[in-house]
Design a protein around this ligand. Structure first.
Ligand SMILES: *[C@@H]1O[C@H](CO)[C@@H](O)[C@H](O)[C@H]1NC(C)=O
Ligand SMILES: *[C@@H]1O[C@H](CO)[C@@H](O)[C@H](O)[C@H]1NC(C)=O
Ligand SMILES: *[C@@H]1O[C@H](CO)[C@@H](O)[C@H](O)[C@H]1NC(C)=O
Ligand SMILES: *[C@@H]1O[C@H](CO)[C@@H](O)[C@H](O)[C@H]1NC(C)=O
Ligand SMILES: *[C@@H]1O[C@H](CO)[C@@H](O)[C@H](O)[C@H]1NC(C)=O
Ligand SMILES: *[C@@H]1O[C@H](CO)[C@@H](O)[C@H](O)[C@H]1NC(C)=O
Length: 823
């Protein structure tokens, strides 16, 4: 039955026929509070934000006041002797006005315990709606089924005057809140909407179109529109000055009961039989534009204002914070601006809206030219522009004079400015030459935006799903135009080369050199260069790019509340990246010194991704990054230096690997030592047959507690006593005993005694069961021979034999000696 919007919270209150009042959060689309008012229809519920109240009026004739924070009922009283139709909350005084089927309007003062302050008598039928005049809070108007509208003064119980003209009951009424016109609007069961001048008391306009009783009317508090709702199920949108029907909304939700717009927001709440809807009106994007010197022009409703970044002074600027700018009024615009756009040199601005455009001088806002157009785009050259008059006709102007007009083959659903003139149609996007309107190339794509780089070499075509970056090949186009080769009905085949597609939705964008800077649908501020995406910032709300000022190293963005924020983005970095993309390393080297040290690594990562590793290594200042690059490039010296500085085992390991693959074994060895990688050292030492190394390794490994490696190394060298001592030292006594039994039988007795002693501490029985070979030689057959063999091998054969000696050794000796070893 009714909807109302909260002035600050994202809430809508809806009162329902079934007796409930619901508060919805329209941002999250969740029900936040419910009040079960009564069993009868609740025809009206209103917020009183300053008291945290919802006030509801129901068919039980009661007014109920709820605190929406505590959900408690703060007050309840019988207000009328029949159904309550409407409540109007006074904007400043502690008053509400109520109207009823009892034909009365009553004023209630909540500061005086809800006393009825006044009764307004005069209507002869139900009083359907009351509305307080926003320009004079002491005046209000009422609509009644007695077919009249009455205007009242607080303090006077009889009406000031009556407006008659509707032929059936009047259901709804609203005041126009703009300063220029003393207007009221009304809607009635005669299916008509009437606009009244309440000063000379005449009907100035009648809006026809609804096919059923008109149930609600509203002058939007800010936008130049009128909204009307009817039992025919439609909401109609009319222009508030021309009264042209702009749109008819039909959501198929049966009868419309109320519309509620809001100051400072473009959402409008609609209440229907079958539910409530919030719609957003107008463009989200603000009408705002900046020239290359930092002069920003925007439209606040019809007023044009200007702010100059240069006038900001030396104040500290923080990324993402709102700039406080001095704003200058430039005057008001004859049309309601939907877009404002500077031309390339910034001398002119075009304002578009209501199917018209006006070109002004940017300095003084003096009109230079105007006309009617659905769309307007500036050309590449500051003296050129194009307009689209209909879905079939495009006009090109030069120096403010019409130069050409043409009808594109597949029609013109939209136009795009820039280096070439883009015309969008069902068959895709067609690019035309500004001069001769010849087709350059047709591309099968449905773009939302087309952004040309300043040089005209690169273009970004953004669609609903992604964006493409293309290179424009001007030379190939010139050749084809001359020779007529490679020209089809879709234009010059080789005109463009696709450089990449990125799965992101571009909202606004601009080029700086070869870098495409954009805001995305997920509120990122990014730029694209050479296939890479660099994120400049994550934005907390939707922002629109205004421009880039190289001198400030800053990007400027605006939001729909006309706030300006900025983010730093170094021009030197962009220039450097542009130079790299153009393979102009001379230029890149000249720019490099201007890039601050802390940005060098970022640039180096970019170089690396573009495949310029050597350059990346030279530019990077991050030792991790440099080490990785040095490894990839096989730059052992640099990598070595970095490993020394970093003292990281991981780096030494990586470098050892590289040194090995490069056959730099001495270096590999050093690295493995630094990395304490004894396994690696063992492999290297054995594989290269380096005796000195094996020797050093054994000692080092033992010292560092790498006993596995130490054991193996001693073993390899035939240093069996060392092996044995190592096992004893590490308390591996059973292993020591068996090693002795196998290789050093002369030690077996000593070791077994040690073992028995140690085992005895935990299990004497087990210790006693160990037989010492010297005492039980009968249990150890061949022990005596083993002693002899040990002596013999020690004296004659076992010694270390480096690989270098291999050629000198005969096969028989070799197999004899090393039969049991793992060589
Ligand atoms: C009234 O309708 C609403 C929406 O369908 C529902 O959430 C609510 O519970 C109903 N209230 C009563 C009292 O039936
Ligand atoms: C309405 O009536 C009051 C009191 O009679 C008077 O002072 C006021 O000027 C009138 N206003 C209009 C708009 O007629
Ligand atoms: C629409 O208007 C007619 C004529 O005034 C009235 O009889 C009818 O009840 C109205 N419809 C509704 C649903 O109020
Ligand atoms: C009343 O004022 C309106 C302008 O608001 C004007 O168009 C209209 O002609 C005037 N009517 C009379 C009768 O003066
Ligand atoms: C242009 O300026 C002239 C003179 O200032 C003014 O008369 C005219 O109404 C303006 N036209 C438009 C469309 O702005
Ligand atoms: C063997 O290793 C030592 C150091 O452990 C080293 O000085 C020597 O150069 C190496 N010999 C060969 C032939 O690589």
């Amino acid at each position: 039955k009714s909807v109302d919007l909260h002035p600050t919270e994202p809430w809508m209150v809806a009162s329902l026929y079934n007796g409930s009042v619901c508060v919805w959060n329209h941002e999250t689309q969740t029900l936040v509070k419910t009040f079960e008012v009564c069993d009868l229809p609740v025809r009206v519920a209103k917020f009183v934000a300053r008291k945290h109240w919802v006030i509801a009026g129901a068919d039980d004739m009661q007014i109920r006041v709820f605190n929406y924070n505590t959900l408690e009922r703060a007050h309840m009283f019988e207000a009328h002797s029949d159904y309550i139709r409407c409540i109007a909350v006074h904007p400043t005084q502690p008053y509400i006005l109520t109207s009823s089927d009892d034909m009365l309007i009553k004023l209630w003062d909540w500061d005086r315990k809800w006393v009825c302050g006044q009764v307004f008598e005069g209507h002869t039928h139900y009083v359907m709606q009351i509305v307080i005049n926003p320009k004079d809070n002491n005046q209000f108007a009422s609509a009644s089924l007695d077919r009249t509208i009455k205007v009242w003064q607080l303090g006077s119980s009889s009406p000031n005057f009556t407006l008659e003209g509707h032929e059936k009951g009047v259901n709804c009424i609203d005041y126009y809140s703009g300063g220029d016109k003393p207007y009221l609007i009304s809607g009635a069961d005669d299916r008509l909407v009437k606009i009244w001048d309440y000063q000379n008391k005449t009907c100035v306009q009648t809006l026809e179109g609804h096919t059923q009783n008109v149930s609600c009317v509203s002058f939007h508090p800010e936008l130049p529109i009128i909204l009307t709702g009817s039992e025919d199920g439609t909401v109609r949108v009319w222009h508030s000055s021309t009264y042209r029907l702009e749109n008819t909304l039909n959501y198929g939700m049966e009868r419309v009961w109320c519309v509620c717009g809001q100051r400072g927001a473009n959402s409008v709440a609609l209440g229907y039989d079958e539910g409530s809807i919030i719609i957003k009106l107008g463009r989200e994007e603000p009408a705002m534009s900046m020239d290359s010197n930092g002069k920003i022009m925007w439209a606040k409703h019809s007023e044009v204002q200007q702010a100059n970044l240069k006038a900001m002074g030396e104040a500290e600027i923080q990324d993402g914070e709102r700039l406080s700018l001095a704003v200058k009024d430039m005057g008001s615009c004859e049309i309601y601006p939907q877009t404002i756009q500077h031309n390339p040199n910034g001398r002119f601005v075009v304002v578009c809206g209501d199917g018209e455009y006006i070109i002004y001088t940017a300095m003084a806002l003096r009109n230079k030219s105007f006309g009617s157009a659905q769309e307007f785009v500036w050309g590449h050259d500051s003296s050129e522009y194009a307009t689209r008059e209909s879905t079939s006709m495009v006009k090109i102007f030069k120096n403010f004079k019409e130069n050409k007009y043409f009808k594109p083959d597949f029609g013109a659903e939209g136009i795009h400015g820039g280096f070439l003139l883009g015309v969008r149609s069902v068959s895709g996007l067609a690019f035309y030459d500004w001069e001769n309107t010849e087709l350059v190339r047709r591309i099968e794509i449905q773009p939302k935006h087309v952004f040309w780089s300043e040089s005209g070499e690169l273009v970004c075509i953004a669609t609903e799903e992604s964006f493409f970056v293309l290179r424009y090949l001007a030379e190939k186009v010139a050749t084809a135009q001359e020779t007529k080769e490679g020209v089809t009905e879709d234009g010059i085949e080789d005109a463009f080369e696709v450089l990449g597609e990125i799965q992101e939705v571009v909202k606004t964008g601009l080029w700086v050199g070869d870098c495409f800077i954009y805001t995305s649908s997920v509120n990122r501020l990014n730029y694209y260069v050479g296939g890479e995406i660099v994120t400049v910032a994550h934005l907390d709300r939707t922002m629109y790019l205004l421009g880039y000022i190289p001198k400030d190293d800053r990007l400027y963005l605006g939001d729909k509340e006309l706030n300006i924020v900025t983010y730093s983005l170094l021009v030197s970095v962009l220039e450097y990246q542009t130079a790299v993309m153009r393979r102009d390393f001379g230029m890149a080297d000249r720019v490099l010194p201007t890039i601050p040290k802390e940005m060098r690594t970022r640039v180096a990562h970019f170089l690396e991704k573009q495949g310029f590793m050597q350059q990346a290594l030279a530019v990077s200042t991050d030792s991790e990054h440099r080490f990785e690059l040095a490894l990839q490039l096989g730059e052992l010296k640099i990598a070595y230096q970095l490993a020394v500085e970093a003292e990281s085992e991981q780096k030494w390991k990586q470098l050892a690997e590289l040194a090995t693959t490069k056959c730099q074994f001495v270096l590999a060895q050093e690295c493995l030592h630094h990395a304490q990688d004894y396994g690696g050292l063992l492999l290297l030492a054995t594989a290269s047959g380096n005796t000195t190394m094996v020797g050093k390794l054994a000692e080092g490994a033992e010292r560092d507690g790498k006993t596995n490696v130490a054991f193996l190394t001693y073993f390899l060298q035939g240093k069996l006593d060392k092996c044995l001592e190592l096992l004893i030292k590490t308390n591996r006594l059973p292993e020591a005993a068996f090693l002795a039994r196998t290789y050093l039988p002369s030690h077996v007795s000593r070791v077994v005694n040690l073992w028995k002693e140690s085992l005895g501490k935990v299990n004497q029985k087990a210790a006693d069961a160990l037989a010492n070979p010297t005492d039980y030689s009968n249990l150890f057959p061949g022990l005596q021979e083993a002693f002899l063999a040990e002596e013999y091998l020690k004296e004659t054969h076992v010694r270390l034999r480096p690989a270098a000696e291999y050629p000198l050794i005969t096969v028989s000796r070799y197999t004899h000696i090393l039969g049991t070893l793992i060589w």
